[in-house]
Design a protein around this ligand. Structure first.
Ligand code: FAD
Ligand code: MG
Ligand code: MG
Ligand code: MG
Ligand code: MG
Length: 546
């Protein structure tokens, strides 16, 4: 509110309120952000628009630097050093934070139903409703069990800071138990059999960390039982790390072999009981059961229940993942954005829009495009359809003009049919973006930048190519820039895959990777992430202190 009285203090307090043309104060638009992970934190960090009232709801009052989470499981890194309290950012930005989980999104009434966590000293929960003008969903995903029986009850996940600490405690439990008297050799072997399910980056990193722990620490701390330890890594597919370059996969598989990690590919887990894990071998179809001491489950991610319910409401019930357009707007409802692991961009096919693209380029409506017409839309096409760039790169073509030429001979006059033919294979290069911190944080930054200039864009909506359903936005669609990926393999060995087909394997890769993060994220996060020497009293639950 703006006060008309002469108290100068009040005027200062309300100095940022703005008036509409009738002299009435304008109510700020309320932006509610769900989640404080890679995408949510990045969005909040880059958001700089005083015209929004920003409220954050997340059950976790910190940002978690997940790439170092596997190192927390064996104590190389303390959990406390990889969290960044959210309150600090809230104070700096003037945003409001509520430590709670959103349990229901009511998109038609623009309302949220939220619930606090059960506290350690406060019993019960508190529930409340909130409304929003704009909703930003950044709740991430949950571990996917594929409904495999017994996983929820008996396996450990590695997703949250608590998970890493629980794993650490469980590993120590296993060693202490196996060191007690009156156990048979078989019993000790069972207790010290560690099974990791899932050969993606997280499962591989965890196996490598665990192996380092067995070699470096257990030899000193539990020398009597060291000979009974075993690590098994189960992967349903043919290879581990199958999203990486083949050289990395091969290197990792060989290294695990040398280390004595029992890698079983083509093994799909069909059930876990308190003592045994059962797999179905793809070759033989046989079910094999093995006793274990601990299982870590890391086979990928799925949608959270609150998102599944929301998808039902907005007609996305048939989909596997919440879909947005390239501007990160959720399809099927108004004023809701989604980013990070919780959503996927529903990329448009060039072929669906080909007539519209052609007629946009064909300014004189002659039915043929000349070089000049064509150059007028090339940039827009490449921006709007990332698959075009991938296709050109794959076929070693410099630009779309080359593509047309290759389809069309020397003739630079193109009609709709040649145009269609030239671009007909381009859509085969469409790819979903991976569920990574890199994608999530870039999306957060992108969306914040859009929000920072929202008013300007609403006033002057004329953008580049506009197709049906694009509304008044004139922003460029989101484009991902790949800065490389990285897989620690234990024993200070790391495999990195960097843009431009540069694969590097060796000692220094890890630091290379951190420097990639450091240059792309804000300093405070990195400052915490690489500060790996601070300690936290054991038995402390994970909660950021400020
Ligand atoms: P998250 O970062 O998971 O954040 C989700 C947020 O939403 C959290 O704050 C959560 O508390 C909150 N939330 C959950 N439910 C609700 C609710 N109902 N209401 C409100 N808030 C809610 N990626 C890389 O690029 N490189 C790596 O090296 C890498 N290593 C990884 C290692 C591990 C062990 C794991 C688990 C992941 C790793 N990733 C890595 C993947 C990366 O962490 C994710 O892709 C990224 O966290 C996704 O960001 P997000 O914002 O979508 O979700
Ligand atoms: Mg998030
Ligand atoms: Mg996170
Ligand atoms: Mg996540
Ligand atoms: Mg995503």
């Amino acid at each position: 509110l703006v006060y008309s009285d002469s108290n100068p203090l009040k005027r200062v307090l309300h100095a940022d309120a703005t008036l509409d043309s009738d002299g009435q104060p304008i109510r700020k638009k309320k932006v509610v952000v769900l989640g404080s992970g890679w995408s949510g934190y990045s969005f909040l960090n880059y958001l700089n628009n005083p015209n929004y009232d920003v409220q954050v709801v997340s059950p976790r009052n910190f940002f978690l630097f997940t790439p170092l989470l596997p190192s927390v499981t064996n104590g190389t890194v303390e959990a406390r050093s990889i969290v960044e309290p959210i309150r600090g950012l809230m104070r700096k930005k003037g945003f409001e934070y509520k430590e709670a989980e959103c349990v229901k999104i009511d998109a038609s009434n623009k309302k949220l139903h939220c619930r606090s966590k059960e506290g350690s000293s406060l019993k019960g929960t508190t529930e409340f409703d909130m409304d929003y003008d704009i909703l930003v969903i950044a709740v991430g995903a949950k571990p996917n069990t594929f409904n495999t029986p017994g996983v929820e009850e008996h396996a450990y996940f590695l997703k949250e800071a608590e998970d890493a600490l629980n794993i650490r405690h469980s590993v120590i439990d296993c060693f202490e138990r196996a060191s007690l008297p009156n156990l048979t050799e078989e019993e000790r072997k069972k207790i010290l059999h560690f099974v990791v399910v899932g050969g993606g980056p997280t499962g591989v990193e965890f196996s490598a960390e665990l192996h380092d722990f067995l070699v470096q620490d257990v030899a000193k701390i539990y020398p009597k039982v060291q000979e009974f330890t075993r690590i098994t890594l189960l992967e349903a597919g043919d290879h581990i790390l199958n999203m990486f370059d083949k050289r990395i996969t091969a290197f990792a598989e060989e290294k695990f072999q040398r280390d004595g990690i029992d890698l079983k590919t083509g093994s799909m887990v069909v059930g876990v009981t308190a003592d045994e894990i059962s797999t179905k071998e793809r070759e033989t179809g046989k079910i094999v059961s093995e006793p274990y001491g601990m299982v870590v489950w890391s086979t990928g991610i799925g949608s959270r229940p609150v998102i599944r319910d929301f998808m039902q409401q907005i007609g996305q019930g048939q989909r596997r993942v919440l879909a947005t357009d390239e501007w990160l707007r959720v399809e099927g409802c108004e004023d809701v954005y989604a980013l990070g692991d919780t959503a996927t961009i529903n990329q448009r096919r060039v072929m669906e829009d080909i007539a519209a693209i052609f007629s946009k380029a064909d300014k004189g409506k002659t039915g043929t495009l000349n070089k000049k017409d064509f150059n007028g839309v090339v940039k827009d096409i490449c921006q709007r359809y990332p698959q075009v760039e991938l296709y050109l790169k794959k076929n070693k073509l410099k630009n779309i003009a080359h593509l047309l030429k290759s389809a069309n001979g020397e003739d630079t006059q193109v009609n709709i049919e040649n145009f269609k033919q030239a671009l007909s294979d381009v859509d085969s290069q469409m790819k979903n973006l991976p569920a990574t911190a890199q994608v999530a944080s870039q999306q957060g930054k992108y969306l914040a930048k859009c929000f920072n200039k929202m008013e300007k864009c609403e006033k002057k909506p004329e953008g580049p190519l506009r197709f049906r359903g694009e509304g008044r936005h004139r922003f460029q669609p989101f484009r991902y820039r790949h800065f490389g990926s990285f897989a620690p393999l234990g024993g200070e060995q790391t495999a990195a895959e960097l843009p431009g087909d540069w694969v590097s394997i060796g000692h220094s890769s890890q630091w290379l990777w951190y420097s990639v993060y450091a240059s792309k994220l804000n300093g405070s996060v990195i400052g915490t992430a690489v500060n790996i020497n601070s300690t936290m009293p054991s038995g402390c639950s994970i909660r950021a202190l400020w």
